[in-house]
Design a protein around this ligand. Structure first.
Ligand code: PRP
Length: 209
């Protein structure tokens, strides 16, 4: 049995559809229930829904053999897992944004609000820029508006949230997409099954955008 941690939410549903198209269907998952675990014994696959930012924890610790996590989470928490495949979905970018009129003249410590503390620290360390990190858990865009920070480091997908709050992207740090990841010992002991999944999933990756 291969245990798969799926990110709960809209992206997770698309990811499941991809597994389905790849031949790993589990019809009960589409029943509108509050159940979190679904299995198809015949196909030897068990899915469970977890919070997107927790997928890599389940995979790293072996509760899931494989899972799908955003590159943002992989960069931020650096879990000890294998990254097997870029699914080319859930695409967005990690960016620095600020008020439209903000200009960083470098004269004082830059106040940076973010959920992604490690990504932000690494980004500014590479530029030798002194920063004061303010860790937030959501609605990051509000920080520069209220003067809590000068800039934010956050995910930008359509750019709508920034635009509607009179903020704009100042720099793109890294492009983000969903990745298929594997637990290291699962990969060692269930190589054949996992490689088969990777191959079937690869055939389903859309490269047209
Ligand atoms: C993310 C991100 C932005 C928004 C960007 O928030 O933090 O707020 O999506 O999307 P857009 O460019 O399409 O407007 P999320 O919905 O994950 O909620 P959060 O406020 O908890 O971070």
């Amino acid at each position: 049995m291969i245990n798969v941690a799926l990110p709960k939410g809209r992206l997770g549903e698309k990811v499941y559809d991809m597994f389905e198209r790849a031949g790993y269907e589990c019809p009960s998952i589409k029943e509108n229930t509050r159940k979190l675990i679904f299995e198809n014994k015949e196909k030897g696959i068990r899915y469970f829904w977890v919070k997107p930012s927790d997928v890599s924890i389940y995979v790293e610790r072996g509760s899931a053999d494989i899972g799908v996590a955003g590159k943002d989470i992989l960069l931020e928490y650096a879990p000890d897992v294998y990254e097997l495949l870029d699914l080319n979905m859930g695409k967005c970018r990690m960016a620095v944004a600020g008020k439209n009129e903000f200009y960083d003249d470098g004269s004082r410590t830059l106040k940076v609000a973010t959920k992604f503390v490690n990504i932000a620290k690494k980004h500014y360390a590479s530029k030798c820029r002194d920063i004061d990190i303010i860790k937030l858990n959501g609605s990051i865009e509000i920080a520069p508006i209220l003067g809590l920070s000068d800039v934010i480091v956050d995910i930008v997908e359509t750019g709508k949230t920034l635009m509607e709050n009179n903020l704009s992207v100042m720099e793109t740090i890294v492009p983000i997409s969903a990745r298929l990841i594997s637990n290291k010992s699962s990969f060692k002991f269930k190589t054949e099954e996992i490689e088969k999944i990777v191959k079937c999933m690869k055939d389903q990756v859309r490269t047209d955008d």
